[in-house]
Design a protein around this ligand. Structure first.
Ligand SMILES: C[S@@+](CC[C@H](N)C(=O)[O-])C[C@H]1O[C@@H](n2cnc3c(N)ncnc32)[C@H](O)[C@@H]1O
Length: 239
């Protein structure tokens, strides 16, 4: 019998303005309450130059720390389908310790009408999540999504070395969610990164910046989205 998630695994959330989930456990929002869609495009899509990289890509592999509402995934997947060569596949691997319950996931998805073409493929299968790998092959979107359910510290060593083109580091803030930003996570992000691969994150915390530099990333700061002062992005040059 397939192992199911128990109720305790799901994230306990509240809603701000009925549109932005807030984790009651971590006391942090999943994305900017001002405009999560624009924030995600700014922090993850633009900072990693995904438009130009997708348009000339062979297959492309994004990994993400924190699947949450799937917003980053849906934006990347939609962009992939609009500009990547038609014989290529997007692989998207995302780690998630506390998946949203199905009703919350659907409510978040319903906020983003422009992403309906992606969420419509995801919603029917999302309710069957189990611990470990959840591989959704979506040929119509030329995408293979793997939601890895569990603590990223336990699961991240399974990612093959030098396989990832781009990392989205999207845990809650390091001050409230330090388990998402451990030495184990950063060293395995590095191990899995292809040479010249990139990463970005909404945080500019000094300890995260220093850890990335120590592991071989050239890290730059740029203005953060909305009220956030700064964010960082990096290119992996090898240690
Ligand atoms: C800021 S939210 C992610 C938002 C998401 N990328 C989106 O597009 O909606 C952070 C996510 O990290 C997850 N998380 C927190 N600690 C974790 C851990 N140790 N391992 C895996 N996931 C974790 C949370 O459950 C939450 O879904």
């Amino acid at each position: 019998m397939t192992e199911q998630l128990n109720n305790k695994t799901y994230c306990d959330i509240s809603w701000k303005n009925d549109t932005t989930p807030i984790s009651n456990e971590y006391g942090d929002v999943y994305f900017s309450a001002d405009n999560g869609l624009l924030e995600s495009k700014y922090v993850f899509i633009e900072s990693n130059s995904l438009s130009s990289r997708f348009s000339t890509a062979d297959d492309f592999h994004i990994a993400e720390a924190g699947f949450g509402t799937g917003l980053n995934f849906a934006i990347a997947c939609k962009l992939w389908n609009s500009i990547s060569p038609s014989d290529t596949t997007l692989f998207f691997t995302s780690f998630e310790k506390h998946p949203l319950a199905f009703a919350d996931f659907r409510k978040a998805a319903n906020n983003w009408k422009e992403l309906e073409s992606v969420y419509s493929h995801l919603l029917p299968t999302y309710s069957n999540l189990k611990p470990g790998n959840n591989i959704f092959d979506i040929p119509l979107l030329r995408t293979v999504l793997n939601i890895i359910v569990g603590d990223i510290n336990d699961m991240i060593p399974s990612i093959p070395s030098s396989s990832i083109d781009c990392w989205f580091l999207d845990g809650f803030a390091p001050s409230v969610n330090p388990q998402m930003w451990t030495e184990t996570v950063i060293s395995n992000v590095t191990k899995s990164a292809k040479p010249e691969s990139t990463l970005s994150t909404f945080t500019a915390a000094g300890n995260i910046r220093r850890a990335l530099i120590k592991h071989g990333y050239k890290v730059s700061k740029k203005p953060g989205f909305g009220k956030k002062r700064e964010m960082i992005f990096g290119i992996y040059h090898g240690s």
